[in-house]
Write a protein that binds this ligand. Structure first.
Ligand code: C2O
Length: 546
């Protein structure tokens, strides 16, 4: 890419409050947020790019969309309005399983609040899509307004399109944004850097652009005779933060809190500062850690979130680059190139600031589940098939496609042990809707090919004697990822043990989900190819899917 780096300022994303204050008391709020086609300047020297953007109006819509700030325990209602015209700005492959309006006009969208513990009707189920004006709807669509009751730990969520077969390109077009749940009573005493200046989301993603400014992706599919446009993975050569390519940010010589989200479709990021400045992790995905963890890097698969404090008063230099050294595809790709090895630049003002923020030694106390208390053990095997007809590789979970009947029906209030066996070459970020989980350990498979052969014949990890094969080296989960998460990196050739909890108990409230309602919930790998194919398996948790 020829674009000059670090010429645009890091944008402040618009903020929308998900609550009202009426005579000093917070109360619920109803929002209407639209999806608009408009043009977006990703870089000073790049012509405006056609995008899909979230916003309360077309004029104020942004990429990423506005940051929604909700309050713990206060209901936020959002009517997501689709204002998109009928022709997609990116190649929509209708030969894969995809949302299909009957009269073939309109772009299906649905919005999932990622990390949210919400009723299934508001979870953005892939078949709950709708087109402009709700003219056409998918089979599981139930209502226009999503209800988020925000009764979960304070932390970092994000919202994004989740429509069947279109998530990949709808997100590439710009349909995503940050959502923060705050719990002032328990967070204020932590005295972390706060306020719009010192507490900022950093939403990082990759795109490529044509010379006319439009988003570039190869229109020719991986196997065009079967799927003319479908390319499961996307890698762009330009790194964007909060809507600008390789931006810069001028900071004071003090602490900042950054909520760093990898919003890429397939790119992993391993961020580090070129001068060795460290990160203090205070949260991982949507949940605070019990104690802060200091590292020199942030390693994020697509859709993972790191919540970190950076203390610029510790910087030896007046400028520092946030860099990336994760190869792509991860981990089999050879290297990073110059363009995607840089992310953004910080210019640090010289004057030392009075900084009353701090990072407490203890953050929140969210005990991990008792490892012996699991009510069930499940084995989830990821492997890829290439059919005899040369059909491109599809990734299945336990040999099942999205269309298969419901596979897991956990009981609300229980904890389960899941062993995720990754027989592919790629590291897959597994995401489970509704259930938070804790990663326990990763164990390498020995004789993985033999096990894989057996799985192809029998598709049953127990009968294929998984315990015999899961005998290689063990890897500890990094300290900053040991808390409650909603995405975890499934290392290729390893079995990853996670404990999933299907309910949530906060220190001063307890909440059980109506997990028996339609359409249920899904779990899936968070490469956006999932929705475009047969890669995800719905787990209508406690329910059949419609
Ligand atoms: Cu981030 Cu099923 O989604």
């Amino acid at each position: 890419s020829e674009l000059e780096m670090f010429v645009d300022e890091l944008p402040h994303l618009p903020k929308i409050l998900g609550f009202d204050i009426v005579s000093g008391v917070p109360g619920s709020k109803s929002l209407e947020i639209g999806m608009f086609e408009k043009k977006w300047k990703f870089h000073r020297d790049l012509p405006p790019t056609p995008v899909y953007a979230f916003g309360v109006s077309k004029r104020t819509a942004t990429v990423p969309g506005p940051t929604i700030e909700a309050l713990y325990g206060i209901d936020t209602y959002v009517t997501w309005q689709n204002h998109l015209p009928s022709k997609h700005i990116l190649p929509w492959d209708r030969t894969i399983v995809t949302a299909t309006p009957t009269n073939k006009t309109g772009i299906p969208t649905t919005v999932h609040l990622h990390g949210g513990m919400v009723e299934p009707q508001s979870d953005g189920f892939a078949n709950s899509w709708f087109t402009a004006g709700f003219r056409e709807k998918g089979s599981t669509w139930t209502k226009e307004t999503s209800h988020y009751d925000n009764r979960q730990q304070p932390g970092n969520l994000w919202y994004h399109d989740h429509a069947m077969g279109l998530t990949r390109i709808n997100i590439l077009a710009g349909l995503f944004g940050a959502y923060i749940i705050r719990h002032p009573k328990s967070e204020a005493p932590l005295r972390l850097p706060s306020g719009d200046e010192f507490d900022r989301p950093l939403i990082v993603f990759d795109r490529s652009f044509s010379t006319n400014g439009s988003i570039y992706l190869n229109r020719v599919g991986d196997n065009p005779s079967i799927h003319p446009h479908w390319r499961p993975e996307y890698f762009g050569n330009t790194i964007i933060v909060n809507g600008k390519a390789w931006p810069r940010m001028t900071v004071r010589r003090r602490k900042y809190r950054f909520r760093v989200l990898n919003a890429s479709n397939a790119r992993f990021f391993r961020f580090f500062f070129t001068n060795g400045l460290g990160f203090t992790h205070v949260g991982s995905d949507s949940v605070y850690l019990n104690e802060p963890v200091v590292t020199n890097e942030i390693f994020l698969a697509p859709s993972e979130i790191a919540d970190v404090v950076v203390d610029f008063s510790k910087s030896k230099n007046n400028t520092v680059i946030l860099a990336n050294d994760a190869p792509y595809p991860y981990p089999v790709g050879d290297s990073v190139d110059e363009a995607n090895s840089k992310v953004m630049k910080f210019i640090i003002l010289r004057r030392l600031e009075v900084d009353t923020s701090r990072v407490a030694k203890k953050l929140m106390r969210y005990p991990l589940p008792d490892l012996s208390g699991a009510s069930r053990t499940r084995y989830i095997t990821m492997y890829e098939y290439r059919s005899a007809t040369g059909e491109p590789t599809h990734l299945y979970l336990n040999g099942k496609s999205f269309e298969a009947p419901v596979t897991e029906i956990p009981k609300v209030g229980t904890t389960e042990e899941w062993n995720v066996i990754n027989l592919t070459e790629d590291n897959h970020p597994l995401h489970i809707h509704l259930g938070l989980f804790a990663a326990v350990e990763q164990t390498e498979l020995v004789n993985a090919t033999e096990f894989k052969e057996c799985m192809k014949r029998m598709n049953d990890a127990i009968r294929c004697q998984i315990s015999k094969y899961a005998g290689g080296k063990r890897i500890e989960v990094p300290a900053q990822e040991k808390g409650w998460k909603n995405v975890f990196k499934m290392k290729p050739g390893f079995v990853t043990k996670i404990f999933v909890r299907f309910s949530y108990v906060h220190s001063n409230a307890s909440y059980a989900f109506d997990a028996t309602a339609e359409p249920g919930y899904v779990y899936h790998c968070h490469f956006k190819r999932d929705y475009t194919s047969v890669m995800i398996v719905p787990t209508g948790i406690g329910a059949a899917i419609g």
